[in-house]
Design a protein around this ligand. Structure first.
Ligand SMILES: Cc1cc2nc3c(=O)[nH]c(=O)nc-3n(C[C@H](O)[C@H](O)[C@H](O)COP(=O)(O)O)c2cc1C
Length: 196
């Protein structure tokens, strides 16, 4: 079994695709990937290192699969576990609620005893408000991805963040083969079903 598990929820595949890129970068044998739509969160108990992926939907709300399993989080004992979160959002379309759900998930996980890693600088993003910022406002509580407006930055952001979390997890054995190829534009809005 891998040491690291990545749990994600995703309505239109962007968070899923980012999860696959993270797994590819860290090595497919090192990361087990789970969709929260069909995997109970109690599975987190088998891993010491956890990555969570969560998009924000509908003006600062949880993605629907995360909403469905939200109460399961209250049953978890994450004491001694290191976690890192990445969030998907749209800073121009929803500037008052950018990545809010990532902030809600971070708060839940830390309350369950987890040690959070992978904070990410706020500098360079444009938005009005976010529940995913640290108290001093200088960092997001996880990796901030915006496939609507900045898809060309995603691969580089993932690579930098993965190196960071591996260091913070204490698992870094610098692997020079780690890389992500190319910047693939996401499918157009018309090509994939969107939520309501
Ligand atoms: C109806 C709708 C509402 C959204 N609401 C928010 C929001 O409140 N905050 C935010 O940062 N992004 C918001 N987004 C952007 C999504 O988070 C973004 O499209 C994300 O990539 C979706 O991820 P998924 O495909 O994994 O579900 C919204 C998108 C749509 C279509």
């Amino acid at each position: 079994m891998s040491k690291i598990a990545l749990f994600y929820g995703s309505s239109t595949c962007y968070t899923e695709m980012a999860g696959e890129k993270i797994r590819q970068y860290l090595g497919v044998d090192n990361v087990d990937l789970f969709n929260v739509a069909d995997t109970p969160l109690v599975q987190t108990g088998f891993y010491d290192y956890l990555i969570f992926g969560i998009p924000t939907w509908d003006y600062g709300e949880l993605q629907e699969d995360w909403e469905n399993c939200w109460d399961e989080l209250d049953q978890l004992d994450l004491t001694g576990k290191k976690i890192a979160i990445y969030g998907l959002g749209d800073q121009l379309g929803y500037p008052e609620w950018f990545l809010d759900a990532m902030g809600y998930l971070h708060s839940k996980l830390v309350h369950r005893g987890a040690t959070a890693c992978g904070y990410w600088p706020r500098e360079g993003y444009e938005f009005e408000a976010s529940q995913a910022l640290t108290a001093d406002g200088n960092f997001f509580v996880g990796l901030a991805l915006d496939e609507e407006n900045e898809f060309q930055k995603t691969n580089e952001r993932i690579a930098i963040w993965c190196d960071q979390i591996m260091r913070e997890f204490g698992l870094d054995k610098h692997d020079p083969t780690r890389s992500l190829q190319g910047n693939t534009p996401p499918p157009g809005k018309g090509e994939v079903g969107r939520g309501p």
